[in-house]
Design a protein around this ligand. Structure first.
Ligand code: FAD
Length: 216
């Protein structure tokens, strides 16, 4: 961990966070390269957990320290100020990616690139997401704003969303409890989304691929 001239409470917190297993911590890390626009200043503290336990422990520590928290996904929909962020950035990107299909359902980690999941679903003949091909970013960011295209939103495939509240306590919500709206999910506003389960409809992979390629 690099040492910088940051406020003592942030330095202390960074030292504590770096003692948590499976959490990568950096200080004074430029955020620009983590976003599509590639501009913006540094975050005082950067924490990239690899496990749900890591997420919970980071959140509990940040909450107890009373330090501002920002959740960063794949950075496709963010413009970071040149002044940066005087708080903790919780990174939920490639460090928190991956998915597993079981029959018609997939359990997907929040940092998974949506497009990677869609391509795999299409190859497997699992339909429902192909119309949303081309939307950049990760699953967590997509759920947070109920992203969609061509009249179909991520809500339509969602079975369940899992995450943590700012104090680290867990949340599991069924689709109807989330109360998704047009490009919003009010119940998830203060939640760090860690994963979701989606249900697909089996279809001919060639039909799905044709539909996807028409959009891309
Ligand atoms: C060129 C372009 C085209 C787009 N086209 C569409 C479109 O057709 N339809 C559409 O709906 N959207 C579209 N978007 C919006 C964008 O793709 C989505 O908002 C995307 O899903 C955001 O994901 P991300 O991982 O990049 O989030 P980020 O940009 O990293 O973050 C966006 C917001 O989500 C929050 N967030 C991210 N991850 C989590 C998490 N794990 N838990 C809680 N909150 C989180 C962040 O705090 C932030 O508030 C487009 C964006 C661009 C740049």
């Amino acid at each position: 961990m690099r040492q910088t001239s940051m406020p003592p409470e942030l330095r202390e917190l960074a030292t504590h966070l770096s003692s948590i297993e499976q959490v990568e911590v950096e200080t004074d890390k430029p955020l620009g390269p983590c976003t599509s626009y590639r501009i913006g200043g540094p975050t005082a503290v950067w924490a990239a957990p690899r496990s749900e336990e890591g997420v919970r422990r980071v959140l509990a520590a940040v909450h107890a320290a009373g330090v501002p928290l920002f959740i960063l996904g794949r950075g496709s929909n963010l413009l970071v100020s040149d002044r940066g962020w005087q708080g903790v950035t919780l990174y939920m990107g490639e460090n928190f990616s991956g998915w597993e299909f079981q029959d018609e359902e997939a359990a997907v980690r929040a940092g998974t690139l949506w497009m990677d999941l869609i391509r795999d679903a299409v190859d497997r003949g699992m339909g429902g997401m192909e119309l949303m091909a081309g939307i950049p970013g990760g699953i967590g960011g997509a759920l947070r704003m109920n992203a969609g295209a061509f009249g179909r939103e991520i809500e339509a495939l969602t079975v369940e969303v899992a995450g943590c509240f700012p104090d680290g306590s867990p949340l599991t919500a069924r689709r109807h409890d989330v109360n998704f709206g047009y490009r919003c999910a009010p119940q998830l506003e203060r939640v760090v989304i860690t994963s979701a389960r989606f249900r697909f409809q089996p279809q001919d992979p060639r039909t799905l691929a044709a539909r996807m390629n028409e959009i891309l």
